[in-house]
Every structure is written in structure tokens, then in C-alpha cells.
Design a protein around this ligand. Structure first.
Ligand code: FMN
Ligand code: EPS
Length: 370
């Protein structure tokens, strides 16, 4: 099934945006982990829709109801299942797009794939709403990773053509990572924030949308995690990142820029420090060589496309009449997805990293992360 992911931490995401609820079942979480509901709610709040002018006006509380796998505040080790209600639905907005597919959304492909039986309301199972369960699952994984000193943080690397600094240019410490995690609009260089927001507001006013990039860092990872070829750290992370609707690209470290450089500009020099430990001088390769972690932070950037549902007039087809028609999409849509996708990217990274750590520990003989 397409909605199941993972080898050691298996997640199954279910629901539709305008159905009664969405949710996730997580298999593989060890028994006895004390879940911190305040921490979970805080992460859910970061992604929740309806908070400000930069987001859709659909207002959901995104409170999580755990219906399986938790007893007296601790995980039981059996499937952990959480449900998130859909409350603020306005399905009438989708009456017109039932027959006239929205360009750039999954209306057409979903119709073909599911022979017209797909729930088209709000994008159904294809909706960005389905990233709420990913944040829940990722937060559980993140909570476990935190206990091992593994930290995940990210920032808005760009909105349209306005760029923030990169983690590659900066000293990254815990305080900086916490500042970004606690920010509603996380940027390294705060002087770019207002320009980015202006571009989002302008797109909204013009009935259009904008995209951007998110740079994510995972610190505290030791060397030797991951496998070559098909289960490479890059492959595992990329696989889960592309489950996030509107993610259209990913690069690790200096990524695509490397293709324009010399080898001498791309290699990370290796040295032994005063304790006799092997270290790298730079992190151009994003913490990965040969698919395996090299001890530097895992660093990657994802590209998020502009929101497809826009009120600017676009060409499409009416599936009932097969007439070519023009469509201007009404309803409640994010003029930019990037800022809301930040906790989703971090959560997806947490799931992937925990899955890979457990895979590595299988070989070494078990991981006690309670
Ligand atoms: C958090 C989040 C919010 C989103 N909000 C919207 C939205 O309001 N309107 C919309 O048309 N698409 C939105 N999307 C994107 C669509 O769901 C996505 O473009 C669509 O499913 C097609 O998938 P693709 O772009 O990956 O091909 C959102 C995505 C995410 C991750
Ligand atoms: C509900 C969320 O975002 C939705 C994602 C979305 C889409 O097409 O992806 C379309 C909109 O749905 P609706 O028309 O029902 O308001 C967004 O509001 C959410 O993120 O929780």
C-alpha cells in the first residue's frame, strides 16, 4: 500500500481532508516510552492551519486523540494509533472542481488512478492536511531521538527569489536550533523575514501563490549509520520527503551547486582531533558519503512548489462534457506552503532517522531508547 512507510518504524497514514478524521498507526515503537503530550501539542500547533494571513483560513485545532498503544501515559509497544478530527470543512468549495480538475493538484491523477472513486473534497487523501498525522508520528520519534542527543531543526531557506543564509555559512549550536524551532517564521538572517512575508501577502492579493525552500539539519548523529545503494541515507530521507505534498526537489549538503565546482571545492577534509577522533573540516556533502553518515550533521534542502489552488484564471477540462474550460479556484488556500511545511519536514526527518538508527542497532544487538 502506498500509505505505509518504513522498515523498523512503520507508519500508516489514513483519512481524507473532508472525511470525519485523519490519523496514523505507528508500529515499532518500543514499550514504556513516556509520551510528552505538551511537546506533541506544541509541534501540532506549529503546523496547524488557520493561524495567520500567510495560511489557509481553515481553522482546525489539530488536537490528537490516541486510541491505541498508550496505557497510563506510556507506550505499550503495540500499534500506536492517533486520530485527528476534521472540523472546519467547507466541502461546497469543491463542487466545481469535482468535474473541472485543478491544474497542479492531484484532482486529475487521483481521478485516473482511482477510477473516479477518490474523495475529491479538499483534495481528499492527497491533501496537505494529511501531514498532520506525519507531525504526530514524527514528534514521537523526535522525542526518542532527543534522549539520544539527536536534534532536528530547519529554516526557510528561500521564499520565491528571496534567500536566507544557509546552515553551511553559520556556526550551528543548540541555542540557534531552539530559536528556529520556536519561531513561527524561522529564518537565520532576520533581515530577510519582512521581504519574504511581503512576497507571500502580495501573491495572496494577486490570487496567486509562491513556493520556496526549507533547509533541515540533524545533529548528534554518529558516523556509520545507513547502507550503500538502495537504503542509503539520502534514499531513505528522500523517499519520506516526497510523501509531503508539494515537495518537488531535494538536495544534500551543497547539492546541485557541486555540479558547478571543482573536486577541491567539494571534498570535506578529514583530520584527527586532539582526542584521536576522526572529524571532517567542512560539511559540503551534507553528512553523508557512500550512503552512510560521516559524523557531520545530516544537512538537506527541500524545494516546495507554489500552492496549486490559485484564483488566477487557468485552463482545464470539464470531465463531464470534455469541454476545454477556464477555472478560477475559490476557497481557502495557503498562498505559500513553505512556512507550514517546516515542522512536517522535521517530523519526516525524525521518522527516517529513527528508522535508520534502529536498522543499525539491529546489527549491533538492540537499542534501549526508553
Ligand atoms: C502543509 C500543506 C498545506 C497545503 N495547502 C494547500 C492548499 O491550501 N491548497 C492547495 O491547493 N494545495 C495545498 N498543498 C499542496 C497540495 O496538497 C499538493 O500540491 C497536491 O496534493 C499535489 O501534490 P504534488 O504537488 O506533490 O504533486 C499543501 C501542502 C502542504 C504540505
Ligand atoms: C486543512 C489543511 O490544509 C488544507 C490543504 C489543502 C490541500 O489541497 O492540500 C487545501 C485546503 O483545504 P480546504 O479547502 O479544506 O480548506 C487547506 O486548508 C491542513 O493543512 O490541515
Amino acid at each position: 500500500m502506498s500509505s505505509i512507510w518504513g522498515r523498523n518504524i512503520k507508519i500508516s497514514v489514513f483519512g481524507e481532508s473532508h472525511g470525519p478524521a485523519i490519523g496514523v498507526t505507528i508500529d515499532g515503537i518500543l514499550p514504556g516510552i513516556k509520551l510528552d503530550m505538551d511537546y506533541i501539542n506544541k509541534q501540532m500547533e506549529r503546523r496547524r492551519p488557520g493561524k495567520n494571513r500567510m495560511s489557509t483560513s481553515r481553522n482546525e485545532s489539530d488536537s490528537v486523540n490516541i486510541i491505541s498503544g498508550l496505557f497510563e501515559g506510556r507506550t505499550t509497544g503495540t500499534p500506536l494509533c492517533a486520530i485527528i478530527k476534521n472540523s472546519d470543512k467547507k466541502s461546497g468549495d469543491y463542487r466545481r472542481t469535482k468535474n473541472i480538475f485543478r491544474p497542479g493538484h492531484a484532482d486529475y491523477t487521483g481521478y485516473v488512478r482511482y477510477r473516479g472513486f477518490n474523495d475529491y473534497r479538499g483534495g481528499g487523501h492527497f491533501s496537505g492536511r494529511l501531514t498532520a498525522p506525519i507531525v504526530f508520528a514524527g514528534t514521537v520519534c523526535r522525542h526518542i531521538l532527543n534522549q539520544y542527543g539527536i536534534k532536528i531543526s530547519s529554516h526557510i531557506k528561500s521564499i520565491k527569489n528571496i534567500n536566507d543564509k544557509s546552515f553551511l555559512q553559520e556556526e550551528i549550536d543548540c541555542n540557534r536550533m531552539d530559536r528556529l524551532i520556536n519561531s513561527e517564521f524561522p529564518v537565520i538572517d532576520q533581515s530577510v523575514e519582512s521581504g519574504m512575508k511581503e512576497i507571500i501577502y502580495k501573491a495572496r492579493e494577486e490570487g496567486d501563490s509562491v513556493g520556496g525552500k526549507i533547509e533541515c539539519i540533524v545533529t548528534g548523529i554518529s558516523a556509520g549509520i545507513g547502507d550503500p545503494m538502495f537504503e542509503s541515507v539520502e534514499s531513505v530521507i528522500s523517499h519520506i520527503m516526497f510523501s509531503i505534498p508539494a515537495v518537488k526537489g531535494i538536495e544534500f549538503g551543497e547539492g546541485f551547486m557541486m555540479s558547478e565546482k571543482y573536486g577541491s571545492e567539494c571534498n570535506d577534509a578529514i583530520y584527527a582531533d586532539e582526542n584521536g577522533e576522526i572529524k571532517l573540516l567542512t560539511n559540503r556533502n551534507g553528512g553523508i558519503n557512500g550512503g552512510i553518515t560521516n559524523g557531520m550533521p545530516i544537512l538537506f534542502t527541500v524545494a516546495v512548489k507554489p500552492t496549486p489552488s490559485i484564483s488566477k484564471v487557468q485552463k482545464s477540462v470539464n470531465i463531464e462534457t470534455m469541454d476545454n474550460e477556464e477555472i478560477s479556484i475559490k476557497g481557502r488556500h495557503d498562498p505559500c506552503i513553505v512556512q507550514r511545511a517546516i515542522p512536517v519536514v522535521e517530523s519526516a526527518a525524525a521518522i527516517a532517522v529513527l528508522d535508520m538508527l534502529l536498522e543499525a542497532e539491529k546489527i549491533k544487538g538492540g537499542m534501549n531508547y526508553v
